[in-house]
Design a protein around this ligand. Sequence first.
Ligand code: DGL
Length: 267
Amino acid sequence: MLSEHNNHQPIAVFDSGVGGISVLKALHHLLPNENYIFFGDSQNAPYGEKTTEEVRRLTSARAQYFMEKGAKAIVLACNTATSASAKLLRATYLDIPIIGIEPALKPAVLHDYGDLGRQPRILVMATALTLREEKFLRIYQQYQDKAEIISLPAPHLVRYVESGLIGSAEMQQDLSQLLAPYVAHPVDSVVLGCTHFPFAKNDIKKILGEDMLFFDGAEGAARELKNQLNLRGMLSDSTTPGQITFENSDPSAEHLILSQQLFEAQI
Ligand code: DGL
């Protein structure tokens, strides 16, 4: 257990790019007095189209970096990195909580949809890697009898968010094509199983309807972080707002500026 002084050490939050800022917002909302380092690996994004081994290598190297910085916890604010590496990191770093994120299929299935007269139809948007990894397949198997679950990889969406092109005509057109089958045959909810996608929620609503119901794992990850820090006596006792530091593997300032903008954006 860390000393009280070390409880002011930062919580490291990691994503393949800027998408994980959707999770950072939830963490900061629940634990505003903690210090955070957010690292986006935009230079290597997207992770969703890499092999599991490549993602493991990139994530392990970043975890080592966070340890050197004295992080008191690591949040993998990336479904893809979690699927590939969470187990390995937990086995490597026993002294600090390693929090992951997974597609929020469970709350989507257990949601009360009223009297549909059929099983709920749930669209899970995530990266190809997340959708083929054991972690998601296990949740899928657990709930496949209770809902019609449709898995949809959406790699272009990650690129639009990374390029700051959210809401662009180009993105809207691509999304319209991708989601056309679910306009023709509507779904009851959408699981945003990639942390980049909450930033595209409004664009998705324009296609699937303003009332579409969304689920993502950010709040669950925030609760789990709080719980783990609490159990280990590692919660900050500060009574003033903590600091947030943004870092990015992209050497230009572009992604740092985008990070700040996304942190301030309404989602
Ligand atoms: N934000 C990441 C996730 O939650 C993945 C994006 C990517 O493909 O790099 O899965």
